[in-house]
Design a protein around this ligand. Structure first.
Ligand SMILES: [Zn+2]
Length: 434
């Protein structure tokens, strides 16, 4: 957010002008500007607060092999950086090729810390990722608003034994070259403890469903008969809704996420994230408003395009299969709203299912799912662990339920394949992205 620097600069200029003008006599307009500017300047550190301590630029300490070597592990070639506590550290590096990844070892970080990583003026379209000691992703940024330079703000809710910063080409564009980044560290920030997330599964329809900055759409209340005329009783609709609820509760078991139907009373004083079920889309089976790292917004919105599932009923899949698919998409979109990225494991909730069979097989949060390469070139994601760090819960329950889900996944997947109408062709048909 380079804009902050700009504001500080402007505020300092006005502050100085205001001082000068005021010395020549009072003038209400300039006086007001002076006080506003003084407030801005004080709050932004213009001359009234000491400069943050800064490091000398740190450069890589060891060469690394060509990243195309299959054995290349960028974390093994990480460059140590001693972060300036409550200050700013500058690093200068080079991404050597489109497949190269440069990793910096930032050491241990205490809970309550806030890190801002700011790559400036790189002239390259680079991407940054922050990873913990298990190489699990904490945050990814490809571009800041209006600029290809990455910028990420990480609030650290739990102690991190080893924090890594990885820099590579933006996945969408082969790009490499020199870069400079500043890492601003602040300790003892007032970072909110993990908090319950209330989620409403909204099957009631709405005149205005708005996802992110897309135009609002109207969706009708969900009815099973929208998927196939054969499911024309209210019991069919109720059965699908119940099955979706059960899958959601299974996938998020042990995590401090509570699910309610749209007609249930929710706990007082809680923010609510809404997952709508309805409508159709030519490109996606579901959509969420953002990847909300740290779950700063506890009142986000996502949608599962239920009408997109209608054609699968003609392949021989029953209401329970369709419900599992709807829940997979709902859990995936909710994962984004809790800060999760796409993974590269078809059993994982955060995978973009390549086929109808993987879309309809009940998923779970795989403990060591690789990040999808469209997200970042290295690193893993344990979705349940990430969400646990954000909302809290009971870790033993998380482990128990996902072990059971993992044990049954292959069996259920084979079953889905076998029940495609006549051949397995339909099961392997590509599905829309989620
Ligand atoms: Zn997604």
């Amino acid at each position: 957010m380079w804009g902050n620097e700009g504001y500080r600069f402007v505020a300092c200029i006005i502050y100085l002008r205001g001082q000068k003008l005021l010395s020549g006599g009072t003038h209400f307009g300039w006086g007001m500007i002076f006080f506003v500017a003084l407030g801005l300047a004080v709050s932004m550190g213009c001359g009234t607060t000491p400069q943050l301590p800064e490091s000398e630029p740190v450069t890589p300490s060891q060469p690394r092999p060509d990243s195309l070597e299959p054995s290349f592990d960028p974390f093994e070639y990480s460059n140590p950086v001693e972060l300036v506590t409550d200050g700013m550290t500058t690093i200068s590096g080079r991404v050597q090729s489109a497949t190269d990844i440069e990793v910096w070892d930032l050491g241990s970080i205490d809970a309550g810390s806030r890190l801002v990583v700011d790559v400036t003026g790189s002239n390259n379209n680079l991407s940054i990722g922050l990873f913990d000691q298990d190489r699990q992703v904490m945050i990814i940024n490809h571009n800041r608003y209006n600029s290809p330079d990455p910028y990420a703000v990480l609030q650290v809710p739990q102690n991190v034994k080893e924090l890594y910063l990885a820099v590579s080409s933006d996945p969408s564009e082969a790009s490499f070259g020199d870069y400079t980044a500043t890492i601003t560290h602040n300790g003892n920030m007032d970072i909110t403890d993990s908090q319950l997330q209330v989620v409403v599964l909204d099957f009631a329809g709405s005149d205005s469903v708005r996802i992110g900055n897309l135009d609002p759409i109207a969706i009708d209340a969900f009815q099973a008969s929208d998927l196939t005329p054969d499911w024309n009783s209210s019991d069919d609709t109720a059965a699908i809704k119940q099955a979706v609820m059960q899958h959601m509760q299974r996938m998020y078991a042990g995590l401090n996420v509570e699910f309610y139907f749209d007609d249930e009373e929710i706990p007082a004083g809680q923010s609510v994230t809404l997952v709508y079920f309805g409508g159709s889309d030519p490109h996606n089976v579901g959509l969420s408003s953002s990847v909300d790292y740290g779950n700063f917004h506890r009142d986000d919105t996502a949608i599962v395009y239920t009408l997109n599932f209608g054609k699968y009923t003609t392949y021989g899949y029953d209401a329970q299969d369709i419900a599992a698919g709807l829940a997979n998409v709902a859990a995936h979109e909710l994962g984004h709203l809790l800060g999760l990225n796409h993974s590269d494991d078809v059993a994982d909730v955060m995978n973009v299912s390549p086929t109808v069979a993987t879309l309809l097989t009940p998923k779970y949060f795989v403990s060591t799912a690789k990040l999808d390469t469209s997200v970042f070139a290295t690193g893993d994601q344990d979705g349940a662990d990430r969400v646990y760090n954000t909302v809290g819960g009971n870790w033993n329950t998380v482990e128990d339920v996902r072990q059971t889900s993992a044990e049954t996944y292959d069996l259920l997947s084979r079953d889905i394949n076998a029940r495609a109408a006549t051949t397995n062709d339909h099961a392997q048909e590509p599905c829309l992205a989620q």
